[in-house]
Structure formats: structure tokens, C-alpha cells
Design a protein around this ligand. Structure first.
Ligand code: 5GP
Length: 196
């Protein structure tokens, strides 16, 4: 592992412990460096590390879901020099050749449709999914569906933060998907952040 990787992981873990806040219901708020205010230097270091971890894959596109996945995804796309496609949560009237699926939102506790245009997700595409959090894997399952509908290939899934006490990691790895997470949270019980 390159020194950048160790630094990025260490920095992320330190920021989670210093700036992360636990909300009721097992939600980690990282609004001051990932989800509202963003730290571009840390984001770039994390993107480089994710790229390093998927180095053996051929990737020609990064995919994510709006809105919180866009920042890490565009950094990864920039490192790989490939386009970044974000699945939209509101079905636009102007979208042509639309592929849609349903995603259950962990934080909002409801399902919503997400869509991409098959003009931008095609057979032959080899895609890397990037998101801020992996919880129960519902967003990831939606992307797996869209990639399958498009006839594209999923090369892997990379997350900044995995909540190891939820089932998403096991679900996706159990499907044989190459999953990478930069920080894994073992518990948010009693409003205490426990990192692996
Ligand atoms: P999943 O689809 O894996 O169940 O949940 C992942 C999605 O829900 C991510 O895109 C993320 O935006 C949101 N999410 C899940 N858990 C958390 C959390 O603890 N904190 C924040 N900020 N977002 C979360």
C-alpha cells in the first residue's frame, strides 16, 4: 500500500472521530467534511486510495447516486480520467432512453425511483460505483439493477465509510463484488463511534 493510502485512511478515521456526530437511529453525521461542507484535500486523497485499490480493474466510467455520492465520485473519475455518471432521484421529463429502478433510503426511510439514461450507461461499459456510505446496501442494489439493465459490467464498489454493523457489506461481498471501504464503523451504540 502506498504512503498516500495510509495517510488518507488515517486522516479519514481521525476526522470521523473528531468531527463525526452520532444521530439517533444509527446515523453518523459527517456534515463538516463530507456531506455539507466538504474537504477537497481529504476527498482527493481518499479518491486516490480508492483508485489504488481498484487498480487491477479496467474501468471506463464511475457511477454514483445524487447527491452525496457526487463529490467522492467526481474525484475518483478525475483520478481515473473517466466520465462520472450520477443516477438521478427525480425522473426528469427531458431524459431520453431512461432506465429506472427503486431504491430504499436508509436516512429518509422511504423508497424513491432513480434513473439514468442508457445514452450514458451502455453495454461494454465497465463501471465503478462510488458512494459516501455503505449501510444496508440499498443504493448499491439499485445501481446493480441499472448496470444489469444497461448490459454494462460492474467492476467494483468503493465507499468512504462502511457501517460494519449493517448488512450491506456482507450482502455485496456475498455476491462476489469487489467492495472497498476506507473506514469501517463497528458501532455507533450509546452515541460512541467505534472504528474497526
Ligand atoms: P444504503 O443504501 O447502503 O442502505 O445506505 C447508503 C446511503 O444512505 C448512502 O448513499 C448515504 O447517503 C446514506 N446513509 C446511510 N447511512 C448513513 C449515515 O449513517 N450517515 C449519512 N450521512 N448517510 C448515510
Amino acid at each position: 500500500m502506498a504512503s498516500n493510502d495510509i495517510t488518507a485512511m488515517k486522516q479519514l478515521k481521525e476526522r470521523i472521530l473528531s468531527d463525526g456526530k452520532c444521530l439517533p437511529g444509527g446515523i453518523l453525521k459527517v456534515d463538516n467534511f463530507v456531506n455539507h461542507q466538504m474537504d477537497p484535500v481529504l476527498m482527493q486523497a481518499m479518491a486516490k486510495e480508492l483508485v489504488h485499490r481498484f487498480a487491477e480493474h479496467t474501468i471506463n466510467k464511475v457511477i454514483t447516486i445524487e447527491a452525496s455520492g457526487i463529490a467522492p465520485a467526481i474525484m475518483v473519475g478525475n483520478c481515473l480520467n473517466v466520465p462520472v455518471l450520477f443516477a438521478k432521484k427525480k425522473v426528469p421529463s427531458t431524459m431520453e432512453n431512461m432506465l429506472t429502478t427503486e431504491v430504499f433510503s436508509f436516512t429518509k426511510n422511504k423508497s424513491y425511483p432513480v434513473c439514468v439514461s442508457s445514452d450514458y450507461l451502455k453495454p461494454g461499459d465497465r463501471v465503478l460505483f462510488i458512494d459516501d456510505f455503505l449501510a444496508n446496501g440499498n443504493a448499491a442494489l439499485g445501481i446493480i439493477d441499472l448496470v444489469a439493465q444497461a448490459g454494462a459490467t460492474l467492476e467494483g464498489m468503493g465507499f468512504l465509510i462502511e457501517k460494519g454493523f449493517q448488512c450491506g457489506g456482507e450482502l455485496l461481498r456475498g455476491k462476489g463484488i469487489h467492495v472497498e471501504s476506507l473506514a469501517i464503523i463497528d458501532s455507533l451504540e450509546d452515541c460512541t463511534i467505534t472504528l474497526r
